[in-house]
Design a protein around this ligand. Structure first.
Ligand SMILES: NC(=O)C1=CN([C@@H]2O[C@H](COP(=O)(O)OP(=O)(O)OC[C@H]3O[C@@H](n4cnc5c(N)ncnc54)[C@H](O)[C@@H]3O)[C@@H](O)[C@H]2O)C=CC1
Ligand SMILES: O=C(O)C(=O)COP(=O)(O)O
Length: 529
């Protein structure tokens, strides 16, 4: 295996460089490159992995050049700077480090809240300017005040915990927060209007999505208590900046502390210059500890994937541990080949695909196996589909995908069956993995076989009548097509039969036409694996 190559295009801790090197991966550390999108687009094709923070924008345009890219690792939490659908469509795994900087970011939110309450930056500037304005900076006490947390996930919950320690009351709006969890972390779960009405401070901790964009717009800000203070350490765009500025100007909002902005880097912003606004340049995650955490973690995760196939914290693929990866690998190959077998035989719209996992394989990560089966199935029809993109493509096409898990019902320890239902037929194909790790076909349309997946094969369905084999073999012999292996099966004497023949080299179309014209033959197809 050639050494994988990783590009670090953001200011990650150098700890990441060392991990990649120690794991035997070539690494280019270009911390400022993320800001130069043309240069990034020019060189991205050389790399198997890309490690980033928030300055690199992994857009569809850049990813179009990422011919070898297998993984994007975000040393941090938010992945809104990565076009996930574009990465998924190219089969690129996108992973983040969901916990490495959460404490640090929560601490930044608390810091900003306290700085707002006591106007620390303004008082500092005034004092150092020699003004000694003791009467100008009257603060407010935190104790007993209500903090409204919008988005109570990892960071929101840590913020709530610290705020409770400061003797605040915490109300939280988060539609996905269970009442049990709310009770556990000591917050009162409320709806957004209630939060807006009651909070003395509001802090945001949701990702930026279509639902959360402008969650604090002019209407929401109007519903807040007069004198509210707002902190945003999550994402620019959660608060309508112009509406907030207007509410600050009118005095309805007493202060705002922002770490993140609609446009970053924020060189200009409508909030800048207001006396009650405190800004930091997206420093939420910027502590030595957090940066070391996320850099080490992302480098390990990316190395694991590039070297062993283990996947953790991927946004667009199920997790696979380092122990699971080698066991799963032959079954991924089997699932993909079974899907491919069915896909190559299918000529009309697939309405439904059922994947049945029987025996030991049912205990494995079947989501990954299903993704592999779907990629095999769709590739003959759609070309550029892979394990990462296939589930999305299947969904987009309205295909029903069913997974069935059950105990072993046959002589094999593990069997995967792919059943495809099209508008006019239903077809099943089953396979297993032998002890040597090789995938085998064990059943086609209910007929038992025992065949390997050859590179080039002819699949024939015929009536079980004498004379077929001789005629078929001489047709191939006359055309100088060498038969490598030959497998036959039938459902009953004189009933439906199949032949699966591996040949050396591709199968010429005219041979297939002649085979299809033999009296007993119903169908003859060339298959390639
Ligand atoms: N300023 C900075 O440097 C940093 C910012 N962040 C940002 O902080 C945010 C939160 O991170 P985590 O807590 O780790 O994420 P998380 O996924 O643990 O929590 C997000 C919470 O938001 C909730 N949520 C989703 N949609 C919502 C909606 N419409 N209304 C209310 N709540 C909603 C979810 O249910 C979840 O509980 C992310 O956007 C992340 O990018 C994270 C790290 C550093
Ligand atoms: O982890 C996150 O979501 C962050 O926003 C941190 O961003 P950064 O890595 O400091 O550019």
């Amino acid at each position: 295996m050639t050494k994988p190559k990783v590009l670090i295009s953001d200011a990650l801790s150098p700890a990441a460089v060392q991990i990649f090197k120690d794991r035997g991966i070539d690494v280019d550390f270009q911390p400022a490159l993320g800001k130069d999108k043309d240069k990034l687009a020019e060189i991205i094709g050389n790399y198997d992995g890309l490690a980033i923070r928030s300055a690199t924008k992994a857009t569809a345009k850049i990813l179009a050049n990422a011919k070898n890219l297998k993984v994007i690792g975000r040393a941090g939490i938010g992945v809104d700077n990565v076009e996930i659908p574009a990465a998924t469509a190219r089969g690129i795994i996108v992973m983040n480090t969901p916990f490495g900087n959460s404490i640090t970011t929560a601490e930044h939110a608390i810091t900003l809240m306290l700085a707002l309450a006591r106007q620390i930056p303004q008082a500092d500037a005034s004092t150092q300017a020699g003004k000694w304005e003791k009467n100008r900076f009257m603060g407010i006490e935190i104790t007993g005040k209500t903090l409204g947390v919008i988005g109570c996930g990892n960071i929101g919950a840590i913020v709530a915990d610290r705020a409770l320690g400061l003797k605040m009351k915490v109300v939280a709006f988060d539609p996905f927060l269970s009442p049990e969890r709310a009770k556990d972390i000591g917050v009162e779960k409320v709806d957004l209007d209630e939060l807006l009405k009651r909070a003395d401070f509001i802090t945001l901790h949701t990702p930026l999505t279509d639902k959360t964009r402008n969650i604090l717009d002019a209407t929401a800000i109007n519903k807040t208590k007069k004198g509210v203070r707002i902190i945003n350490c999550a994402r620019g765009g959660l608060v309508d900046e112009a509406a907030l500025r207007a509410a600050l100007d009118s005095g309805h909002v007493a202060g705002a502390a922002f770490d993140v902005f609609v446009e970053e880097p924020a060189k200009e912003n409508v909030l800048f210059g207001h006396p009650n606004v405190i800004c930091t340049p997206h420093l939420g995650a910027s502590t030595t500890e957090a940066q070391e955490n996320v850099a080490l973690q992302v480098a390990e995760q990316m190395s694991d994937y590039l070297l062993t196939g283990a996947i953790s914290n991927a946004i667009n693929f199920p997790s696979i541990t380092a122990e699971e990866a080698p066991k799963l690998k032959p079954f991924i190959e089997l699932a993909e080949k079974l899907g491919s077998f069915a896909g190559q035989l299918t000529e009309s719209n697939i309405a439904k695909v059922q994947i049945t996992y029987e025996g030991a394989v049912a205990e494995m990560k079947v989501k990954a196996l299903t993704a592999a089966a779907l990629s095999g199935l769709l590739r003959p029809m759609l070309g550029d589909v892979n394990v990462v993109s296939a589930p999305v493509v299947a969904k987009e096409r309205g295909m029903i995908v069913d997974e069935v898990l059950r105990a072993a019902e046959s002589d094999y320890e593990s069997v995967i069956t792919v059943t495809v239902t099209t508008d006019d037929m239903k077809r099943s194909v089953s396979g297993t993995v032998y002890a040597d790790g090789a995938p085998r076909l064990v059943n086609i349309k209910g007929i038992r076989v025992d065949a390997e997946f050859g590179k080039s094969m002819i699949y024939i369905t015929n009536e079980d009548k004498p004379g077929f084999i001789g005629k078929f073999a001489s047709l191939l012999g006359d055309a100088k097509v060498n038969i490598a292996t030959f497998h036959l099966g039938r459902n009953q004497q004189g009933g439906d039969a199949i032949a699966l023949v591996e040949v050396d080299g591709p199968v010429p179309q005219e041979i297939l036409t002649k085979v299809a014209a033999l009296p007993q033959v119903k169908q003859a197809k060339a298959l390639a694996f």
